[in-house]
Design a protein. Sequence first.
Lengths: 293, 293, 293, 293
Amino acid sequence: MTVSLADLNQMTLPAFAAAVGDTFELAPWVAEAAHAKRPFASVTALHLAMMAAVRQASHATQVAFLGKHPDLAGKAARAGAVTEESRHEQASVGLDTLSEEEFARFHRLNDAYTAKFGFPFIVCVRRHTRDSILQQFERRLPNDEAQEFATAVQEVFYITRLRIAAKVTGEGVPQVDGRLSTHVLDTHAGRPAPGVAIELYEFAGGRAQRIGSTVTNADGRTDQPLIAGRPLPNGRYELQFAVGDHFRSRGIAAAEPAFHDIVPLRFSIAEPEGHYHVPLLCTPWSYSTYRGS
Amino acid sequence: MTVSLADLNQMTLPAFAAAVGDTFELAPWVAEAAHAKRPFASVTALHLAMMAAVRQASHATQVAFLGKHPDLAGKAARAGAVTEESRHEQASVGLDTLSEEEFARFHRLNDAYTAKFGFPFIVCVRRHTRDSILQQFERRLPNDEAQEFATAVQEVFYITRLRIAAKVTGEGVPQVDGRLSTHVLDTHAGRPAPGVAIELYEFAGGRAQRIGSTVTNADGRTDQPLIAGRPLPNGRYELQFAVGDHFRSRGIAAAEPAFHDIVPLRFSIAEPEGHYHVPLLCTPWSYSTYRGS
Amino acid sequence: MTVSLADLNQMTLPAFAAAVGDTFELAPWVAEAAHAKRPFASVTALHLAMMAAVRQASHATQVAFLGKHPDLAGKAARAGAVTEESRHEQASVGLDTLSEEEFARFHRLNDAYTAKFGFPFIVCVRRHTRDSILQQFERRLPNDEAQEFATAVQEVFYITRLRIAAKVTGEGVPQVDGRLSTHVLDTHAGRPAPGVAIELYEFAGGRAQRIGSTVTNADGRTDQPLIAGRPLPNGRYELQFAVGDHFRSRGIAAAEPAFHDIVPLRFSIAEPEGHYHVPLLCTPWSYSTYRGS
Amino acid sequence: MTVSLADLNQMTLPAFAAAVGDTFELAPWVAEAAHAKRPFASVTALHLAMMAAVRQASHATQVAFLGKHPDLAGKAARAGAVTEESRHEQASVGLDTLSEEEFARFHRLNDAYTAKFGFPFIVCVRRHTRDSILQQFERRLPNDEAQEFATAVQEVFYITRLRIAAKVTGEGVPQVDGRLSTHVLDTHAGRPAPGVAIELYEFAGGRAQRIGSTVTNADGRTDQPLIAGRPLPNGRYELQFAVGDHFRSRGIAAAEPAFHDIVPLRFSIAEPEGHYHVPLLCTPWSYSTYRGS
């Protein structure tokens, strides 16, 4: 259910609150404060006004607000006592299907975090893989309170920016999507390599899990980006290209087995809203890659 | 126990047979025939004389000779009824530690092979990985008898060439060893990359098994080749280079996580006696490799 | 003065001839034959109909037609007795400003050619550099008559296709333009390199002549292709990139003088209607290029 | 005429002075001071002892010593009133064959330099090309006196280190030679490229002058380094590789003309005593280079 910025700019407070009130986890006062600032010239301006309400609240209010966020992978999510958005976001990264052991580990980290800071660990899960969420936990737990308070608010910024961008249409929707693309050049032939099978893996717990597969088109690119229309989850990835099949299909019998058969390109994503272009230049006997544009 | 070519050239038949008679599996007549051709100008000439005896024998003798080779991973090897060389060679590739399931699979393939050709499947295991032996089985089983007979004799050539090269010292020892080497160039700094941790994996049954690890020296090379002093086993490999640690040690904080952290270079070996030089040129944002020299 | 295909399809013969009659050098019968085939579904179809008239004419008519083409760089061009199109095309490649010595050389080659084949040397100059025209002369002079007749007609095809594409608007204009583009990636920084000065040289008579210069934009590309809107002249080229200035502007003092300061990429163009993408990947200590897409 | 360190360590002062006295331009007191420090454990120690004498002399003595160095390309060199070493060194870089105009330019710069600092411009010409000497002049002229005094003494260090290394044999001869090498890998074939013609150019006055040519051997390297047995002159260079001929010889007809025919690699040398390895990896459609080791 989306709503247009133009309509929002006209709404009474109850309608406005009904439309965007659950953007900020159990904090109707955020929408109230934003409502007073109408009209907004852009969706980004609406989001910044809501964030301004958070940043200008008293420390006690802020801590109470942070405290209402659900435990990541916690009991609340299991029992359903969270907003629909929270539940959906946590499922997207696999936090709803943790093993008992993983659940226990998350729970233990979260308890330590909550005990230290007085509010639960908050992270924008859509910008992360399971591995990088765990790394965030380990990295952020030693922070001092001021650092961590700022980090938690910044994560609220990311979480709510995504919610607003998904819900409100109109001018100036914030840029929340990244893009992962590739291109296969056959520098033995001096041409793009068509028909090359590509698999995309994400590293999770030391293991590579296949999260997608595609084939290059006539220009050596893929018809659709490998990942698009969402933030690129921070994490480690590997692209695997079946270049041996490509060269065999060109009738080039380099050796048996082929020197390069499946070429893996391993890389990490650290800018979820960025464009990662990871091309492959290859011959039967060499290959190279680089972060392109 | 090695013996010099000079000594062999002087030996009586019994001494000669005792020294090199077990090179050819349960075929003392091969050494006898070779003994008559003394003296040999090179170790290679000795080996070729022995092979000539095999090639000039009657077909019945040849088939009987091939038939005396032990089943690969077979009952004979388990019961100890093979030459010491055979047992050692089969152990080197892990054929002595097959699971029951793998043992059954090898056994089944070998039975089909023996039923079809009248002699067991012969392959120079020192030139192969477990994976490539299995591929050989699958590739060779459909051969016709003439092709497969020629292939079996060629494998005897490889097996016995290794045995002779290990046993006989002197002039003209045949070249039986390959070499796998690498070199890490940091093209961000324009210098070799020292201290880079490298791991070498062999693919076996779809899984990568670590078979070695090392660290680059001041020239970006390794003090010892990654594999040397033996044939390079035909198979699929992956080198993994910890370039993220290298750049972090240079104080270059490219991103978090680093775009390239562990760089995998995947390649196959098809020439066991060849030199494979697999260098890595890298920056924090790009890398390339090629078959060098 | 352009004319639309729709209008041509409606025209009487005199109007049609006035509009496109001089496309084929002094051969009004070509337009006449084409006029009878109206209407045309595409500009390409119009051109092919005109070429069909040439190809279906008697050999004597064809030879007479070829014979009416001006000597390349010949007396006719100097005296003005050629079509405006011919004069303009020959000027575009510098044939109107030959030195006396070059003029004599062209004249000598052309006399030998005409003596051998009975018609002057015909080449679509817009698809060539001065150097490649001279190479064409040397390569084609030893041809036999059948080969050369076919080559001359093919060149008439190229010449007239360009004239038709320039003159007639509408559906299905033939693709006559090529494109030369570049892209500078700084793989030291993992980003496109903006602000890099680029010069383009054409080799003529063993010397490199600068024919253009530009600067990369924020994406490391150039706002306009290096060559576009015309066939890419067959010939040898060099791009020179001021990468030393780029790295100095980033504060990277690699050495004095910089290991790579001006990077030259030398390449040839053999497909005038093709897309040549010639990118540069560079660090202060390395660079690479490839034919991209 | 060389002399051994062992002999020098035994010599009386007159013999010692006769043997190495002219190492330091018209400064017999340097050899005298060094003679008192015998014996030397290494040739480097001998040279450092001589330099210590220079560094410990009074400022007036030092300035007088620097003042006795000949004008670079000056009248003295023409008239023969300099040491044989000086004359030979200046000839090696072409300073004895300057045009009248170049002679005038050098003379003018040298007059300005001498007027400002009270001693002539001193540079170790063996470590430079003509172009870089001119650049040194322009760069050093604005220096203040202390900077320039230190620079002049450092150049004396380089000049005399070369003289000592050429004259004295024995233990610990200082490392004064650099090395320029290359390697051509054909990554289309996965092999070194043999028989590739290579030309080496030095940029002088904006023009590239050919200073050497060679051909790759079976390993894709050159039998001799491109430059060795001397310091590498600081300057700008270009290697040109005839890769088009190489691929044509392999029967690969990529296009006409070949996309890459002559590949130029342009680079600068800034460390005269360094090893510059400048390899070429190429296919008919791509190439790359890097500073190797």
